[in-house]
Ligand binder design. Structure first.
Ligand SMILES: O=C(N[C@H](Cc1nc2ccccc2[nH]1)C(=O)O)c1cc2ccccc2s1
Length: 140
């Protein structure tokens, strides 16, 4: 709060700049949890759970869609973290699929665009990147 003008202002602790207008959304860190199913065309067709990943992209989409059904089922929905720990081909599986907070520009564009298209707490449909096929839960 600025005493002189009795107005709230914004101070960036990294750049140490201050300004009246709130930081633009594009500066804000994003947060997401995800499940990744890799396929033979993935940038790195290997993971902690499978040394040589040979499923086709079509099979990866089918697997992602069956996982989606488990997440949105009305009678007994499962938690994304629990499925990620077993099924995700990303090393974040060990953290329940949690990618933590990341700067805009840090993740592959299709992934970031999908996160930006989600409200916090919402789940994506199948999202394709060079790494494979993802389901994304936006956390921040
Ligand atoms: O790039 C990663 N893992 C790759 C797979 C992958 N590719 C991605 C592309 C976009 C978002 C997450 C992604 N994860 C791998 O294990 O082959 C990351 C793992 C972790 C773990 C913790 C926090 C961030 C990250 S980013």
């Amino acid at each position: 709060m600025s005493q002189k003008y009795n107005r709230e202002y914004y101070f960036n602790t990294v750049t140490r700049e201050s300004r009246w207008e709130p930081p633009a959304a594009r500066d804000q860190k994003l947060g997401a949890k995800h499940i990744l199913v890799k396929h033979e065309g993935s940038r790195r067709p290997s993971s902690w759970r499978e040394e040589h990943i040979s499923r086709t992209e079509e099979e990866a989409v089918a697997k992602i869609n069956s996982i989606l059904q488990r997440l949105i089922s009305k009678d007994n929905p499962e938690r994304l973290e629990d499925i990620a720990a077993v099924e995700s081909d990303c090393s974040s599986a060990k953290r329940g699929g949690d990618l933590g907070l990341f700067e805009p520009g840090a993740m592959q564009k299709p992934f970031e665009d999908a996160v930006l298209g989600l409200k916090v707490g919402k789940l994506s449909g199948p999202v394709k990147t060079e790494s494979g096929v993802h389901i994304i839960l936006r956390t921040r």
